[in-house]
Design a protein around this ligand. Sequence first.
Ligand SMILES: [Zn+2]
Ligand SMILES: [Zn+2]
Length: 243
Amino acid sequence: MELKILGSSSKGNGYVLEAEKEALIIEAGCKLLEAKKAVGFDISKVVGCIVTHQHNDHAGYAQEYTKAGVVVLALNSVIESKKITRNYKAIEIGKGYVFGNFKILPFEVMHDVPCVGYLIEHPECGKVLFVTDTYAIQYRFTGVTHWLIEANYADDILTENILEGRIPQAMRKRLLTSHMELNNTKEVLISSDLSKTRNIVLIHLSDGNSDERRFIAECKAATGKCVTAANTGMVINFDVIPV
Ligand SMILES: [Zn+2]
Ligand SMILES: [Zn+2]
């Protein structure tokens, strides 16, 4: 299994989990063309696309995906706001979904609009946890092999940006109730069972309020695991057993 990163920021989010014979797209915030490129233009390999919430950096191209025949799994708020009329499955919280050999469990997270995280299981990658655009994670998961977890901002960097007038004060209030702060991300990781964890991929880093090298170093120090920060074009091995 390979994770291919199409985009991971407020400019557009898109990730592809590519197994040998099938692929799952996570988020529809990047153009379909980018997803197509990632799977070698073999769109028949794509078993579906799972979307977390209605904001355009996550769902802006959802309609384009469904029009091309890709089945989108999303909350009703996404289906309605993006005017999706076919090739979709509306999420019922508490229910699991199957796309090819991918088993998918959506769970609620805390953003400023309805939003879900996903626990994804596949024989090739084990358990992948995908969670973004939330200010807290109320659940803990065991046996996660690969994490895709938001680390949006650091409070001290945000404070400095506000004091120096680079960012309006109102931004703080929004971030506090919508995105993951670095210490929060670390806390979730260290309070989770990491015994099977191979990769921790930090996603959705803010352009101005984060520091990629520091975020990686701090999460590495806190967990002792392999930590990377998602950037467009990256490909990461997501197998269960190291190769
Ligand atoms: Zn976002
Ligand atoms: Zn959002």
